[in-house]
Design a protein around this ligand. Structure first.
Ligand code: KG4
Length: 340
């Protein structure tokens, strides 16, 4: 009997639906919300309203592209949290109504777990490049920077995490200080490709253990820039590529230094990366360098699975479905939660 899962994701500013059949992706639809660009960040109320407009057409389109009738679904997986409450509520409420109307079981998914399990999405039957348990996953997004030991699909251990800002958040804030657009991550990435990563140095944190900190880097970037601008009011315009490359290098070095420590301590050399910042070319290159130098077996998601998407939610839901780990209809959404 086939297992066909509809996944629904609405935790932030992307409304997404995807259909998986026996772990193979049949369709994935993402409606992004351009409305936030003018504000330099996601406006929760506008995100929620846009989700309400998008959710029905997005789910309809995902089923249509998959060629799956809703009656043929095995179950419905949805992001329960963490995320923006107003955004989550749209996806959670829709999923509950949709599943209940069809008499289907529901699986609630932790968004962070979804990012990690994105590595198991198959794009075809023969797609076999998947991590083996246990593996380490560097989860880096706008809201998280964590090193996770993944023992099995549903046993994830956080070994280290940021004590203040996330990596993506730090990049976005530095980009904002430079007067670049939103979100800053992809812009910094593009500029960094043309700049010298050794042009400037910014402070790196000295945090014991496997935890991260990015707030010091942000302050160091801001203060350095302020001094340089006193000497040359057009400093940013003249040096934006070098600034981006140096900032990116500092963030990547901080991320990789701790990850190397964890690999050494655990002896686990299966290493994955996930989350929005895993789209970054500098970070991807660092993973390849580590694979060549230290014999890591690396798992880097395709660009489509780096940022928020429902395919990863359907994937996590697929495993829960196989475990018969269903959720009740009265389960609330949660805005803040860790993996454990
Ligand atoms: O995982 P994600 O889509 O959303 C959550 O935070 O849950 O991650 C978004 C973050 C933003 O900070 C964005 O600037 C960053 O990922 N990002 C990048 C790149 N693409 C997205 N950061 C660096 N380089 C990129 N190419």
């Amino acid at each position: 009997m086939d297992t066909i899962i509809l996944g629904i994701e609405s935790s932030c500013d992307d409304t997404s639906a995807a259909v998986l059949k026996n772990g193979v992706l049949l369709s994935s639809v993402i409606a992004s919300q351009a409305v936030h660009e003018a504000y330099g960040g996601v406006v929760p109320e506008l995100a929620s309203r846009a989700h309400q407009q998008n959710i029905v057409p997005v789910v309809h389109e995902a089923l249509k592209r998959a060629g799956v009738a809703k009656e043929a679904l095995s179950g419905v997986a949805f992001t329960r949290g963490p995320g923006l409450m107003g955004s989550l509520l749209v996806g959670v409420s829709f999923a509950k109504g949709f599943a209940r109307g069809l008499g289907l079981p529901m699986m609630d998914v932790n968004h962070l777990q979804g990012h990690v399990l994105a590595h198991f999405i198959k794009e075809s039957e023969g797609d076999a490049h998947q991590p083996h348990f246990p593996f380490l996953c560097l989860l880096v997004s706008g809201g998280n920077s964590q090193i996770i030991r993944v023992n099995t699909y549903n046993d994830l251990e956080v070994l280290g995490q940021t004590i203040d800002d996330a990596a993506g958040e730090a990049i976005d804030k530095c980009s904002k200080v430079m007067g670049l657009g939103y979100p800053g991550g992809p812009i910094i990435d593009r500029l960094a490709r043309q700049g010298n990563p050794l042009a400037y140095t910014f402070s790196k944190p000295h945090i014991p253990g496997y935890d991260y900190s990015f707030s010091g880097l942000k302050t160091s970037f801001l203060y350095s820039l302020r001094d340089w601008l006193k000497e040359d009011p057009d400093f940013i315009e003249h040096h934006k590529e070098d600034l981006a490359a140096s900032l990116e290098k500092t963030v990547v070095d901080i991320l990789m230094d701790k990850l190397r420590k964890v690999v050494k301590a655990t002896g686990i050399r299966e290493v994955a990366v996930a989350g929005g910042v895993s789209a970054n070319n500098g970070l991807r290159a660092a993973f390849h360098e580590h694979a060549a130098r230290y014999g890591w077996r690396i798992y880097i998601p395709k660009f489509g699975y780096t940022t928020d998407n429902a395919a990863m939610i359907a994937m996590a839901g697929h495993f829960k479905y196989l475990d018969k780990d269903f959720c009740p209809i009265d389960l609330p959404a949660y805005s803040r939660v860790s993996l454990k």
